[in-house]
Write a new protein. Structure first.
Length: 473
C-alpha cells in the first residue's frame, strides 16, 4: 500500500491544501475513494507506529529506558517542551492532524459518489463508515495526549483539542473545544459509523468494522465512566468470541499473518516499524521495569513476551521475520483493539456497577488463560468483591503493557505516578492531579494560530530537567 496524502501540513493547523482542484476529481468514484481510504489508513498507521503508542508507556510507571539518549526521553523525564517539533510533542500533534485531513476528504466527498453512482453506493457507504471510525479515533487519541482526562473536572469543560469536521484553510484559526465537546464529536462519528457498517465481527482485521466501532464505544464510555454503556458495548464487541489460548496467544504477536484475537490491527506491510526498533530485543530503547515484572506469577504465559533469557525485554513487536516476505523484516502491526481489552473493559465497568457476578467471569478468563485453571481459581477465590476492581486494574496493566495504555489508565484512574526506586528517570513520583500529565501544545501551532490556547505550566519556559511536582521519595 502506498501513502496517499492529499494535504501537507504547514504551521500545523494552518494548512496549505495541495491540488485543491484535483481532490474532488480524484475522489469522484469508488476507486478514488478506495485509494483515498488507503491513504487515510496509512496516515493513521504513521502516528500509531510512532510516538503516540510509545508515549503512554514511557510516561507511565512500568518501563525502564536509557534515560540519556534516544527518542521519548523527554516524555520519560517529563521535560517535554513546546518547541520540540521533531519529537513527540510536535509529531503526535501534526501526524494525527495529517490523518484527520485524509479522513475528512473521504467524509466530504463520499456522499456525492454515493448519490451519483447508485450501483456502487453500498461500497462507497462502506468506505464512509470506515472513515467515520478513523476520525473518531483521531480526535480521541489527540485529546488523550494534549488534555486532561474526561473526569478531571465534574463538568468536563476543561480544555480539549480542536474538533475538525473539515480541514481548516490557512485563514481559519480554530480554537480548542472543551473535553466534553471533543467526546461528543467522537460519539457522533461513532454513531455515524455504526449506522453504516453492518459486519458484526471483523472479516479483515486490518480494516474498520462494526465490531471495531463497538470496541471504540466501549473504550470511550470507559474513559467517561459511563459504566453501563461501557459494559454493554464491550459485550457487543465480544459477542460469542473466546480469548486466544496458549501458543495461539503468543502467535498473534510473533506471526503478523495470524489474526488471533485481533479485532482491528493496523497493517505495516510496506512500512519500517518504529515500535519494532524501539523495543528491539538486542538493543532496546525501552524495556519492562521491575514494577511490571513483579506483578506476574512465575508461570504466567505473558512473561514469554517480556523476557528473553534473563534479560527484561518487550517482545510484543519482535515478530518472526521468517514468516514474512524478505522485504518486511522491520514490519510491525500495532493493535488498535483486541479481544482481551474488551474482557477487561467489561470486568472494570461491571465492578464499578457493583455487579461482581458479571465481572468475575470476564476477569477469570484473562487470569486463567495466563496462569491456568487451578491458579486462577485460587486467585479469584482469594479476592473478595471489595478488592476485585484492584485485581482488574492489575490484570489490565499486565495484559496491555506496551500497547499504548498505561499512562492514560493511570490518569483516568486519578492515580499518582509512582516508579521503582531504581528508575533511570529523573522523575520517580508525580502526584495526581498534575499539569505535567499532558503534553504541551506545540509552539509552532501557538505562533501560527493566536486562537490556540496553551496548556498551563508545560507550555511555560523552564529549566530542562526540573519538574516541580517530581519527587525522589
Amino acid at each position: 500500500m502506498s501513502v496517499l496524502l492529499f494535504t501537507s501540513c504547514s504551521d500545523f493547523l494552518e494548512v496549505e491544501l495541495k491540488g485543491r482542484a484535483t481532490i474532488p476529481s480524484f475522489l469522484r468514484d469508488p476507486s478514488g475513494l478506495r485509494a483515498g481510504l488507503v491513504g487515510a489508513y496509512n496516515a493513521v498507521y504513521d502516528y500509531y507506529d510512532a510516538e503516540f503508542t510509545k508515549y503512554p508507556d514511557v510516561a507511565g510507571n512500568m518501563c525502564l529506558m536509557n534515560a540519556t539518549t534516544g527518542s521519548m526521553v523527554d516524555q520519560y523525564n517529563f521535560t517535554s517542551a513546546a518547541d520540540q517539533e521533531t519529537g513527540a510533542v510536535g509529531h503526535i500533534w501534526v501526524n494525527i492532524y495529517a490523518a484527520q485531513a485524509n479522513v475528512n476528504n473521504i467524509i466530504q466527498y463520499a456522499p456525492d459518489v454515493i448519490e451519483l453512482d447508485p450501483p456502487t453506493a453500498s461500497k462507497s457507504r462502506r468506505y464512509l463508515g470506515e472513515a467515520y471510525l478513523l476520525r473518531a479515533m483521531c480526535h480521541f487519541d489527540q485529546v488523550r495526549c494534549y488534555a486532561q482526562p474526561y473526569n478531571y473536572t465534574a463538568s468536563h469543560n476543561h480544555l480539549g483539542v480542536p474538533v475538525l469536521w473539515k480541514t481548516p484553510g490557512a485563514d481559519e484559526n480554530v480554537k480548542r473545544k472543551s473535553v466534553r465537546e471533543v467526546y461528543e464529536a467522537v460519539l457522533q462519528d461513532l454513531g455515524n459509523a455504526a449506522g453504516i457498517l453492518t459486519d458484526d465481527v471483523a472479516q479483515d482485521y486490518h480494516y474498520a468494522s462494526l465490531q471495531a466501532v463497538n470496541c471504540m464505544y466501549a473504550r470511550v464510555y470507559l474513559y467517561m465512566e459511563e459504566w453501563q454503556k461501557a459494559l454493554a458495548y464491550a459485550k457487543k464487541a465480544i459477542g460469542t468470541q473466546q480469548l486466544s489460548q496458549g501458543s495461539d496467544y503468543l502467535k498473534m504477536f510473533r506471526d503478523l499473518n495470524y489474526q488471533g484475537e485481533a479485532i482491528f490491527r493496523l497493517s505495516g506491510i510496506d512500512m519500517n516499524g518504529s515500535l519494532k526498533s524501539f523495543y528491539d530485543a538486542v538493543s532496546p530503547s525501552c524495556m519492562p521495569a521491575d514494577t511490571l515484572l513483579t506483578l506476574f506469577d512465575a508461570g504466567d504465559l505473558r512473561l514469554q513476551l517480556l523476557r528473553q533469557g534473563n534479560a527484561s525485554r518487550c517482545l510484543k513487536y519482535d515478530n518472526d521475520i521468517s514468516l514474512l516476505a524478505s522485504d518486511q523484516a522491520r514490519r510491525d502491526d500495532p493493535f488498535v483493539f483486541r479481544l482481551s481489552e474488551m474482557f477487561l473493559t467489561a470486568a472494570e465497568a461491571a465492578c464499578n456497577l457493583s455487579d461482581y457476578t458479571t465481572a468475575r467471569p470476564y476477569l477469570r478468563a484473562i487470569v486463567e488463560r495466563a496462569v491456568g485453571a487451578d491458579k486462577a481459581t485460587a486467585v479469584m477465590d482469594a479476592t473478595p468483591d471489595a478488592q476485585l476492581l484492584d485485581l482488574v486494574r492489575r490484570e489490565r496493566v499486565k495484559e496491555l503493557c506496551f500497547e499504548g495504555h498505561n499512562f492514560f489508565d493511570l490518569t483516568r484512574w486519578k492515580q499518582d505516578l509512582v516508579r521503582e526506586k531504581s528508575t533511570t528517570s529523573i522523575v520517580k513520583r508525580i502526584d495526581y492531579p498534575s499539569d505535567y500529565f499532558v503534553l504541551p501544545i506545540p509552539q509552532r501551532e501557538l505562533d501560527a494560530n493566536l486562537n490556540m490556547q496553551p496548556n498551563p505550566t508545560v507550555n511555560q519556559p523552564r529549566t530542562s530537567g526540573t519538574t516541580e511536582e517530581s519527587s525522589d521519595e
